[in-house]
Write a protein that binds this ligand. Structure first.
Ligand SMILES: Cc1cc2nc3c(=O)[nH]c(=O)nc-3n(C[C@H](O)[C@H](O)[C@H](O)COP(=O)(O)OP(=O)(O)OC[C@H]3O[C@@H](n4cnc5c(N)ncnc54)[C@H](O)[C@@H]3O)c2cc1C
Length: 394
């Protein structure tokens, strides 16, 4: 205990000494955070924060130090998180490397793959994307058709992926491919790691009504991927895919508990609802705000308990479907309520008459609609909970 207190004091001092001003600025949107990668154009302060934290392994505090991680135990990692929160510090790095493929490699990867891929993830040098969905394979992911055929030491890939978030900005993709078309659909899939700079990979951003292109189509024509880049075993990719989805669903569920600047329901009500400087005058609204905040707090604690379990070596199981379902619906309830509180001021898309944070309310609300689709839809989560958690018959 005394050691932990010493660790807390030293950690606080170190963070305070090393965090540049930009690391102390509140975050209004995850796009403002550092996703790393070869092509990232980082402001000097953001780069500095990434470098000092990456050097110490504190971008991935609980990963083993032999791969460049922080090597902290779960109590120390919690202290680090608490001290960062109390100093109001941003995470130095986020992304699919830290939250999805890194944890899978720690769980299932060969030593060779871990040594090759974990250090660049920790240092924010490589940004990863996810090549799961295809034009005909979303909820029924196991029906995927992208083919991989062995040729010498390589697989040769042909096919198409879709909805690949940020593929145009990423360096590597973890990808599901069909290696045995004769086998039952779940048994002919392999999980591969593919360099996006490989000849034959082309990416086409999908432009949305907002003008942004958060995801892409990814086309693969005779792309060569070394056979040593298999995670798990050939034709055993479905088990890897599900294990990774467990990490992804826990990450997406966390959106229900995230706090960014300007998203406090109470502050918003004070700003927009008449007579609510001290107490929200509208009793119905007061009740709804209290309910969402209480649900958020309870859910945050449940997630923290599950993460502690994972740090202690428990693999995420089908219960992550519950987290995903609840966390995304909580986030949607919260965004809906923010729209109602801000009223007409939340109807702006751009232009005069609206503050930037008001425009963000509408955009974040729209973005939250996708939360119950990405990582597997809510209906699919309900199916998993029914079958694999509750054991109900088909
Ligand atoms: C913001 C966002 C980011 C994404 N990023 C990525 C990414 O980086 N990489 C990637 O590979 N994919 C990504 N996706 C794709 C996502 O995984 C798929 O959209 C999702 O799995 C659903 O597949 P689909 O769109 O083909 O819908 P469909 O599978 O066609 O489903 C259509 C509707 O039918 C319902 N449905 C389907 N099957 C059943 C069933 N058995 N029981 C009950 N209802 C059912 C669904 O719930 C849904 O309402 C992203 C999606 C979004 C929205």
């Amino acid at each position: 205990m005394a050691d932990l207190e010493k660790f807390r004091r030293e950690t606080r001092k170190w963070l305070d000494d090393h965090a540049p001003p930009v690391a102390r600025q509140p975050v209004t949107n995850t796009d403002e955070l550092c996703w790393g990668g070869r092509n990232a154009k980082l402001e000097p302060g953001v780069r500095q924060w990434l470098d000092v934290m990456g050097e110490r392994g504190w971008t991935a505090p609980t990963w083993p130090s032999e791969y460049g991680g922080g090597g902290l135990d779960k109590q120390e990692a919690r202290v680090l998180g608490q001290e960062m929160a109390s100093l109001g510090l941003r995470p130095p790095l986020i992304g699919f490397g830290l939250n999805m493929i890194g944890p899978l490699l720690l769980q299932e990867g060969t030593e060779e793959l871990r040594k090759e891929h974990l250090p660049p993830i920790i240092r924010g040098e490589i940004r990863w994307c996810q090549g799961y969905s295809e034009p005909g394979s979303g909820s029924d992911l196991a029906s995927l058709q992208t083919r991989a055929v062995v040729d010498g030491d390589d697989f040769v890939l042909n096919g198409q992926k879709v909805w690949t978030s940020y593929a145009d900005q990423c360096d590597w993709m973890f990808i599901l491919v069909r290696t045995d078309p004769q086998a039952p659909k779940h048994e002919g899939i392999t999980f591969l790691l593919m360099d996006m700079e490989s000849p034959g990979v082309s990416v086409k951003p999908i432009r949305l009504i907002s003008g942004k292109s958060p995801f892409c189509e990814t086309f693969l024509t005779d792309v060569r991927v070394p056979r040593r880049n298999v995670v798990g075993r050939v034709n055993g990719g479905w088990t890897m895919a599900k294990a990774l989805l467990g990490h992804e669903r826990t990450m997406i569920a966390g959106m229900g508990t995230e706090r960014t600047q300007g998203d406090s329901l109470v502050d918003l009500a004070r700003r927009y609802v008449e007579g609510s400087e001290k107490r929200i005058s509208d009793a119905v609204l007061r009740d709804r705000v209290a309910q969402v905040e209480l649900d958020r707090k309870c859910f945050e604690l449940t997630l923290a308990r599950s993460r502690d379990g994972q740090k202690a070596g428990h693999k995420p199981g089908p219960e992550t479907s519950f987290f995903k379902l609840y966390g995304t619906e909580l986030n949607q309830r919260r965004r809906e309520l923010m729209m109602q509180i801000a009223g007409p001021q939340a109807l702006g898309w751009e232009g005069a008459g609206f503050e930037d944070d008001e425009i963000r309310i509408a955009r974040d609300w729209l973005r939250s609609r996708g939360n119950s689709i990405e990582g597997g839809t809510s209906e699919v989560q309900l199916n998993i909970i029914a079958k694999r958690v509750l054991g109900l018959p088909d």
